[in-house]
Design a protein around this ligand. Structure first.
Ligand code: PLP
Length: 424
């Protein structure tokens, strides 16, 4: 569900025409809908109400401070994977006791800062990391809350680049290695407090079966650890639930997502932690771009736009497919009469063949795809701006937030000077 709609053949975000945003802020620009984000946060909280749940938003999906503030205002915590994400979350007002710190390579200075903030827990991914945390906690006279990130060797049936639950990936600790981990925790009782178990099997998961299998496995592991006398307070099931990017796709709703954890209700006094990213912010944002020109070759029709792979890398990186639509339909109605639309590759100006926003996308072959007209790419709220770069010395786009009929810039467009500001 989102609040990007057509009214009289013109695309709107809530009450604001996308064309108006392009006029005021320029293009390319990421446009977010506040109502969509609030709606998603409320629906998620409602669906998980039957369990004692703490949603820790995966900051990597979209780390804009304004959006973080909105998400934390719903009482959510944060899942962070770097010092930068941790400091962003703190700046946006997260309660440090609701912060999970994930990632296979936490550096010393990152661990020290998280220890000082007394975060909820480190999701520990290796024996070496555990030893590092123990040593740092000892030298500062602190005790670190630990959750063991288990690699359950479960195939999330998603794009291999974002599948993280198999033993062939760098993530987590195999169940076979748990005795060694527990041994190290016992040896460092003063410095390490084992309080949870975690897993994250992948991202953009549309079939929830693997997630359910992982949940069963984690419940069993938690029960076994409790039997051994550990005070396990939570099971962290990571994030990963996918969203609908294309018309024909079916994505789980919040209730289906929550139903995966039905076995959690048998665990008295234990919290469920989830780390949703995409499902909260993915459909809250679009990328608005202007057509520079249309180019027809012997083989293809190219629509060259002012957004490129540096602004939005998901199509290039993952072969991700997004819906691309004209902002002004100009009498070319959406839906049924799309039969008359023809295929075009929507590409950016970057000097890479891999620089595309969409291949063989269906677009009208009329004046609405001429130079100067606008297109918008749906479902860009997650892993959009947060993965942007300055490749080809292109300043990063602005980000704006629409709230009803109000429009605010929540990140200014970078200037050319910003490109070399830090260079000596
Ligand atoms: C540890 C961890 N938690 C949560 C997430 C968020 O995943 P998603 O945006 O698919 O919900 C990720 C994504 O890579 C992750 O690595």
């Amino acid at each position: 569900m989102d609040f990007f709609t057509f009214k009289n053949d013109e695309a709107f975000c809530e009450e604001v025409p996308l064309a108006k945003i392009a006029e005021l802020v320029g293009t390319p620009v990421y446009v977010y809908s506040k109502s969509t984000l609030d709606h998603h946060c409320r629906k998620l909280a409602e669906a998980f109400a039957p369990y004692a749940t703490l949603p820790c938003y995966a900051v990597k999906a979209n780390s804009n401070l304004t959006l973080l503030k909105m998400i934390f205002s719903h009482g959510f915590g944060a899942d962070v994977v770097s010092l930068g994400e941790l400091e962003r979350a703190v700046k946006a007002g997260v309660d440090p006791h609701k912060v999970m710190y994930s990632g296979v390579g936490k550096a010393k200075h990152e661990i020290e800062r998280a220890l000082n903030l007394d975060i909820m827990a480190f999701n520990v991914e290796s024996l070496a990391e555990l030893a590092m945390i123990a040593a740092l906690a000892r030298s500062s006279g602190q005790s670190a809350a630990i959750s063991i990130r288990v690699n359950p060797n479960i195939d999330a049936k998603t794009n291999p680049k974002i599948a993280t639950g198999l033993h062939s990936t760098k993530f987590g600790i195999a169940e076979n290695d748990l005795p060694d981990v527990l041994e190290l925790i016992k040896k460092n009782k003063e410095e390490l407090r084992l309080c949870g178990v975690s897993c994250h099997i992948g991202s953009q998961i549309l079939d929830l079966t693997p997630l359910k299998q992982a949940a069963e496995r984690m419940v069993n592991i938690a029960q076994e650890l409790i039997k051994q006398g550990y005070e396990i307070q939570f099971i962290d099931m990571g994030g990963g639930v996918g969203i609908k990017y294309l018309e024909h796709q079916n994505a789980p709703d919040f209730k289906e997502y929550a139903s995966v954890f039905s076995r959690m209700s048998c665990l008295k006094g234990m919290r469920l932690v989830i780390e949703p990213g995409r499902i909260l912010v993915g459909n809250c944002g679009i990328l608005l771009t202007k057509i520079i020109l249309e180019k027809k070759t012997l083989q293809r029709r190219f629509v060259v736009v002012d957004a490129a792979m540096n602004d939005f890398i998901r199509p290039t990186l993952y072969g991700a497919e997004h819906e691309i639509l004209p902002v002004r339909l100009g009498g070319v109605a959406e839906g049924s009469s799309r039969a008359s639309w023809t295929q075009a590759d929507v590409v950016g100006p970057i000097c890479e063949t891999g620089d595309f926003i969409g291949i063989a996308k269906s677009l009208p072959s009329t004046e609405v795809t001429r130079s100067g007209e606008l297109l918008f790419v749906r479902g860009c709220g997650a892993y959009g701006f947060s993965m942007a770069s300055n490749y080809n010395s292109r300043p990063r786009t602005a980000e704006v937030l629409v709230d009803g009929n109000h429009l605010i810039t929540i990140r200014k467009r970078e200037t050319l000077e910003d490109l070399w500001r830090l260079e000596i």
